[in-house]
Design a binder for this molecule. Sequence first.
Ligand code: BGC
Length: 768
Amino acid sequence: MNHNYIIPNEWSIIEEGFEATHVTASESLFSIGNGYMGQRANFEETYSGETLQGSYIGGIYYPDKTRVGWWKNGYPEYFAKVLNAPNWIGISIKINGQELDLNTCKVADFYRELNMKEGWLKRSFKATLKNGDEIAVQSTRFLSLSYKEIGVIKYDITALNFSGTVEIASNLDAGIMNQDTNYDEFFWKVLDIHESDNKASILSETLKTAFQVCTSMQNIFHLNKNEIHLDKKVIKEDKQISYQFQIDLNKGDTLSLYKYAGYTQSMNHPKDELVATSIKTLINATKLGFDALLNQQKQDWAKIWETADIEIKGDVKAQQAIRFNIFQLNQTYTGEDARLNIGPKGFTGEKYGGSTYWDTEAYCIPFYLSTKDKQVAKNLLLYRYNQLDKAIENAKKLGFKNGAALYPMVTMNGEESHNEWEITFEEIHRNGAMIYAIYNYVNYTGDYNYIPEFGMEVIIAVARFWAQRATLSQAKNKYVILGVTGPNEYENNVNNNWYTNYLAKWCMHYAAENMQRIESEFPADYKRISDKTNFKETESAEWYKIANRMYFPHDENLGVYMQQDGFMDKEIIPVSQLPKSERPINQKWSWDRILRSCYIKQADVLQGMYFFENQFSTNKLQKHFDFYEPLTVHESSLSPCVHSILASKLQMDEKAYEMYLRTARLDLDDYNHEVHEGCHITSMAGTWLSVVQGFGGMRNFDNKLSFNPTIPKQWKSYSFKINYRGATIQVYKSHDETQFTNLSDTPTTIVVNDKKMALAPEGLLTYK
Ligand code: BGC
């Protein structure tokens, strides 16, 4: 199988020629979403080859009972699965009694395009059926950004070499399963199938979680562009409903089916109004019509691109890749709803449970902060704020007290739902990312009020966790944190992971400092927060005490912080000396061998130095990069981006570009041979960071927005825009010059090459 078949194009993802081994990968790559729901690029018509059916609705999940070999106290009861939702796209076709199935007929001129500029998916092909009949098919579909509960398909069939009968069945199917289930169970039950006035709907409910979803459709036909009425037969089964139509076509005729469909669901509507609401939504969509909906879609995407776009000249593959990453992030999360989040696979697959990881706080927030209104990132912060009680409960279950919180490694509703002990119990650094995200938000937006209003409660609960999780080592006369897994998941149950200890120290300081500031500047909030959290002033002193005596493993000879205690006892052999045949090690080696090795899955010490770059000299950073990067296998999609950013900072241009390529086209070129499972959505934010923070050198520390742009020699120029405190700043970099333009009417100040510069409205700064 060729993993490199996507045709380079600046604005579209394109596949030419039908290749059955590409089907599942393309289903992921050509996925569409509107932040509310998503759809893999499954064919509308019957397909008997290998496929992963996937229709998803944000926030809807099933708690699949935990399945482990040996139960350990404290394990979560379930793993939250993102649900494959009822399928609304099905359109099966028979020509003179022969089923159209790309797996069994001859296919020519197959073309598929995901137009990222305008937000639609198109597929066209010619098929010769077993009886020799030839048809041309073109389908266009999109999920409306303006009308979030609506998906539309226009499906055209042209009779190329025959006159004859076409049978069309347009379906809704709630008899779907997840590929990923622990016990091979159905996750849905059907409550009602409703049909009237040419509209059909299925009301179904998730088992255990009792989310209700009404999936509905209406079908309109045109023959050679004129609307026609076709009589239908209604076939109702246990979990499906289908409208069957029949028409005789003359050679050359084109029949078009406009299928308006979508979901209404109980997170947004009262359960007893779901069916009526879905009918109303269908009526509205049909009234607007396909063309108007598509026009609106184009406008909505144009608005997104206005600030989110990155333009790269001179390298079409890099251009396509960065837009693909930005496009997918916008398809996954649109930011209006603080109950939704960004699963590692977004709406493109089932893996990872589709839940929320630390990826959001560590990687995604800066992307949304810079390209959208600040409310979007705020909603991501509020998601965690709203789940604080659950995080406190989670910590309590593990034996912590006094309002200490441990945020889950994986969640859908605030409860922990990951059930590998070394991650669930030990990968506690995620708690620090929650606070880092708040710090990042305030630094970026200047909206300090978020802390007294919401953030402080979270910060206190997390600081309490760290204070209880650290122990005073008599031998070291320092506070230590034992039995953890750092971001590098190729080490478990280690003591004093430097990154974790550093974050813990920082969080406790940050908590104490902010409580002090709130006490003097926001006395009413101080009182409310203290009452609500039962905060005692002695706690701040305790946080300072522990933070100031935190232990950090360090190798004096190397002058390098150690990833954890005992790291230098390992055999240190750079990754470059591993035979190619042994990589990726997570597929080729036993877990035991991986754990004992020096190989690092993803940035760990370097993740900390990236977060807190302002606290380390360039010299120090270089030393750590030179020590750790050669030992890093980058087997997490989150790894190359951090290394690319740091390499840019260290002027290691080749390395920066090598790492950039690994992150940017990870899915499009399927580097890890796993794109069929879904795309790596959260690491796409890392790709964006590699351009803006990496090559663009954007930093945001100490209330200053600074830039230090460089350009890969493979590119002619690049430019990006960011929102910053009401201003829109465009950064343009070519080999000859650097420009900063303020496109807004808000004056701002930026720091370029360490010099503070005012950027007036419409102002331009040029550097040669
Ligand atoms: C990484 C984690 C990450 C998760 C989801 C894992 O492979 O090691 O850091 O949170 O994937 O993206």
